[in-house]
Write a protein that binds this ligand. Structure first.
Ligand code: FAD
Ligand code: NAP
Length: 891
């Protein structure tokens, strides 16, 4: 039952005579708060919404500056929870203006009769968890305080304007405006000298319109931003047709997409496209005037790879030079300090062209920083400029600002949120914080929020929270709190996601860098809207994983744990494989399995270019074997790595690990010779091992002929290939050469024992299953032969073997035997480096350009090979931030 509306209680007697009692208090009446209120009310919760502003609208109430519009197409940037509402409102433009969006939110408030539960002009100043009563107590700057079971912060990610951080603002005698707090009355700028400080999205929307009115406009730019033409107009017919053709399907696709707008996943990578093809794609995007399109649809590596990104950024830079006539101004407007998309790009209407106007001047603050504001204008390091009006388009204390402005937020055991977040926000799912029961945030830090179409993210959050409150009520539960384990796991997952995109390479409001003294780190969830949604759903389907729930008459519930332990891209790959609903590989027969792998490999990104690829044959132990040589683009001779592919001694060939060989060849500057050794069942044990050894011997003897450096070579292999590489080292030692200077063993098979924990822990669900391994063993090797060191090198003599790097993956049945081999080698005196790839599965490290989070491991492997060859570690351009870090790799 809803609780009494206004009451006083014993524990609250000291808190003033009247305290409004409700089930749920919502703070903020923007997109999020309005939908929340509607859902809560429908679910029968008594609710109040507290809003500092004089009306609904949030962002769209406050940001009334000229030119303010959305930058996600309006047909996507709207509520979708009620098809009737969708039909009842028609947008007039592709990107609606602020007044139109504000009218829409007013229309929504009226349609669902929301205003009667909203207290406008009421700012929440502090809030405290009353542990005994299991209620939050909110104080406000206007009227009664509020006592509620649940408190939901719908306070907005971009609602706390950032102070100007420039001395002397108070001394200025002219007019001062902030874009994020724009006055309601019309501001007349005609004939005035206007200064705009800031060239983010707000500045870029505002500047062209001010330039049209003002006598003179001076723009003070600290950092140039990428801006793209919006080409605004009527909502595009093709998008409307798509939506109206299948409204539910369209909305669902948006919900499962990466950015909350239904564009398909782009598969082509930049180096597969010619210059002409890339330019054509770019010109189409430039003409489309759609931020999400250009951010996601050109080539698959633009957001994750510096090289792929630079190709696109250069094309935009070219456009800026074409539009802006004065070369010095064009250069100043051209961004070079961040990858495209790592900072929020802007949508503009005539922005760059505005600088061709005679009444507009750009001041480059990188060359002449503002030293202060005086009574008459702005002083820089070089000059004083008198102005009548200063507009601060300086942005927001984003994501945490509005929440932290409610101060203090005091949780369980007197914990203050500002202390808990002193080194940056920590949340579980961006929805809750450990130590703060029954407190929720909508689109809080740790959720996709500002990296998405916010309308989609807001609806998802609101639905998730409302559904939980309903479920708790039904189960007799009264408190919910994230556990520390879950929260720490989410932080780790967030960090893993961040290594995947380029956001970490830019200083932006996404990272807190725009606010002096703010803790730095990527605050929004970069893993995408669809994946995030499935994770939230998984939390529920796993029995509220990572939450502690209590109720007066029910036992405490706590299914503690981390919701995502896999690397984010590994999770996507495994989900994709699961969706394919493939029959087990071991049920396909050897030839069927080979055909399947060959077909599967066709869909992966092509490997990157190397200097030369040469196919040939070499003598194996019992006849010729094919090989493929990957030679670097640099002048030779190059050190040689003999490589053995994976495939359980049954599948694959000298080309099947092509992207991996190319990647390692590029990273190390070494020649890789991938050997097509014989396979079972046609050729059972010890054919593969003997071929491996014979091939290595031949390559060593013919190194010069194939352009390699004579002298010791190295061996490497993945999976069964790792087994062959390890065995080759033992045979070379015992049979008088060749000299091997190092062995790179990636997830190697090293032993015929199946009783190590990784065989049980990872028996199913990670593609290489226990039963598939059993099948491989059965096909290749009879039980009687299995302890032979030529197939179980762990059982061999381990003294006097070359230095090794042994890479193992956390979610791999072969993990523990790899670790055992590394430890045994080390105990026998070989220098051994272990690389334990956290969150990875058996195929992770060889899935180049698919499992991007495997890059750090490949960098480490390349460094090891360089060390084996006596060379300094190679550092490839574009690997900034992907050097191995102990926390990202350690299991
Ligand atoms: P808000 O709309 O920010 O609402 C939060 C409300 O909480 C505010 O009204 C505020 O007054 C109130 N509040 C905060 N603290 C308190 C307190 N202590 N007490 C009482 N009330 C409080 N996103 C997109 O996806 N697409 C776009 O095109 C887009 N364009 C944008 C344009 C601008 C100019 C800006 C600034 C942001 C834009 N955004 C856009 C992001 C935008 O913020 C979200 O899309 C969305 O409007 C957020 O809604 P919200 O309800 O979460 O927060
Ligand atoms: P912003 O992107 O943070 O831009 C603020 C600008 O002010 C930056 O150029 C910044 O320079 C500059 N600046 C800040 N402090 C300064 C100082 N002390 N001296 C000189 N320059 C200073 O803020 P915003 O433009 O308000 O946009 C914030 C976000 O809101 C956007 O990224 C977007 O998500 C949303 N938004 C969307 C739209 C839309 O098109 N729909 C419109 C407006 C806002 P530095 O870069 O050097 O810090």
């Amino acid at each position: 039952m809803p609780e009494a509306m206004v009451a006083s209680s014993a524990s609250e007697a000291t808190r003033g005579a009247t305290t409004q009692q409700v089930d749920v208090a919502v703070v903020g009446a923007g997109f999020a708060g309005l939908y929340l209120l509607n859902r809560l009310r429908k679910a029968g919760f008594s609710s109040v919404l507290l809003e500092e502003a004089g009306d609904v609208g949030g962002t769209w109430y406050w940001n009334r500056y000229p030119g303010a519009r959305c930058d996600i197409q309006t047909i996507d940037y709207a509520y979708t929870f009620d098809p009737e509402l969708e039909r009842a409102w028609q947008w007039s433009e592709k990107y609606a203006t602020q007044p139109e969006i504000l009218r829409y939110l007013g229309f929504v408030a009226d349609r669902y009769d929301l205003r009667r539960d909203i207290r406008f002009g009421t700012k929440v100043t502090a809030t405290t968890w009353d542990q005994a009563a299991e209620r939050w107590w909110l104080t406000t700057d206007n009227g009664a305080s509020v006592s509620c079971r649940y408190c939901i912060m719908a306070t907005g990610c971009l609602s706390a304007p950032k102070p100007p951080e420039i001395d002397g603002v108070k001394d200025f005698k002219g007019e001062v405006y902030f874009t994020g707090r724009w006055p309601h009355e019309e501001i007349k700028l005609a004939g005035k000298r206007v200064a705009v400080i800031g060239t983010g999205s707000s500045g870029i929307q505002l500047i062209p319109l001010i330039a049209e009115q003002a006598a003179h406009l001076t723009v003070f730019q600290r950092t140039p931003n990428f801006a793209l033409p919006a080409h605004n107009g009527a909502p595009p017919a093709d998008r409307i047709a798509l939506l109206e053709g299948d409204r539910a399907g369209y909305r669902e696709q948006a919900r499962m997409s990466l950015a909350g707008v239904p564009w398909p996943q782009q598969m082509a990578v930049s180096w597969q496209l010619s210059d002409a093809e890339r330019r054509e794609r770019f010109e189409t995007a430039w003409a489309a005037g759609d931020l999400v399109y250009i951010l996601t649809q050109l080539w698959a590596d633009q957001a994750v790879d510096v090289d792929g990104n630079t190709l696109l950024a250069d094309l935009i830079r070219e456009k800026i030079r074409e539009i802006v006539k004065d070369p010095e101004t064009a250069a100043a407007l051209t961004p070079h300090d961040h990858p495209f998309g790592a900072k929020r790009p802007c949508l503009d209407t005539n922005y760059y062209a505005t600088y061709n106007r005679p009444n507009v001047t750009l001041v480059n603050l990188r060359q002449e920083p503002i030293t202060g504001i005086t009574a008459s204008g702005i002083k820089t390091g070089k000059r004083s400029l008198d102005v009548d009006v200063i507009v601060f388009a300086t942005g927001f204390d984003a994501m945490t600002g509005a929440i932290m402005a409610v101060h203090p937020i005091t949780g369980r055991d007197g914990k203050s949120l500002s202390d808990v977040w002193a080194n940056g926000p920590r949340t579980y799912l961006g929805l809750t914080v450990a130590g703060f029961p029954n407190l929720f945030m909508i689109t809080g830090p740790g959720s996709p929020s500002v990296l998405s179409n916010m309308a989609v993210s807001i609806e998802q959050h609101v639905d998730w929270v409302a559904d939980r409150l309903i479920a708790m009520r039904e189960a007799g539960l009264t408190t919910i709190e994230a556990t520390e384990t879950a929260q720490a796991g989410w932080a780790r997952h967030m960090a893993d996601c961040s290594t995947l995109t380029l956001h970490r390479l830019a200083n932006t409001w996404y990272t807190g860098a725009n606010v002096p003294g703010k803790a730095s780190g990527v605050m929004p969830y970069t893993g995408g809207v669809g994946p995030y949604r499935t994770i939230c759903d998984e939390v529920v389907s796993c029995g509220m994983l990572g939450f502690r729930l209590t109720g007066p008459n029910v036992p405490e519930q706590c299914n503690d744990g981390e919701v995502v332990r896999l690397q984010p891209d590994v999770r996507l790959v495994l989900n994709m494989l699961a969706e394919m609903n493939l029959p087990p590989i071991e049920s396909m027969g050897a030839q069927g399995a080979r055909d399947f792998v060959a077909e599967f490999n066709k869909s992966r990104p092509a490997g990157r270019p190397v200097g030369e690829v040469v196919d040939g044959t070499l003598p194996g132990a019992d006849g010729p074997l094919p090989y493929r040589l990957y030679r670097p683009a640099t002048p030779g001779p190059h050190p040689i790595v003999v490589y053995f592919h994976g495939g359980g001694w049954v599948l694959g060939d000298e080309q099947s690990d092509d992207p991996f060989c190319r990647d390692m060849c590029r990273r190390t500057g070494m020649s890789f010779v991938s050997v097509g050794y014989r396979h079972a069942p046609e050729h059972r044990f010890p054919a593969a091992a003997e071929d491996g050894y014979a091939a290595t011997r031949w390559i060593a003897e013919h190194a010069a002929e194939i352009g390699g450096k004579p002298g010791p070579l190295m061996v490497a292999g993945w999976s069964a290939g790792g087994n062959i590489a390890a065995v080759t080292c033992q045979l070379a030692r015992d049979r008088g050469g060749p000299a091997i200077s190092g062995q790179l063993l990636v997830c190697p098979v090293t032993d015929c024992g199946f009783d190590r924990p990784s065989y049980t822990d990872n028996a199913t669900g990670y593609f290489l299953t226990r039963s598939l391994m059993y099948w491989f063993w059965d096909i290749y090797c009879s039980p009687a032969d299995r302890t032979d060191p030529r197939v179980s090198p762990l059982r061999g003599k381990l003294e006097n073997l070359p230095p090794a790097l042994v890479a193992t993956c956390e979610f791999d049945p072969l993990r523990d035997e790899g670790v055992a081999y590394a430890e045994a080698l080390s105990a026998a005196g070989a220098p051994v480096e272990q690389l334990k790839a956290r969150g990875h599965f058996h195929s992770s490290l060889t899935m180049v350009d698919v499992v991007i989070t495997g890059v750090a491991a490949r960098v480490q492997m390349a460094d090891a090979l360089c060390r084996f060859a006596g060379l300094p570690p190679e550092r490839k351009e574009g690997d900034e931030g992907v050097r191995p870090r102990s926390d990202s790799l350690a299991a």
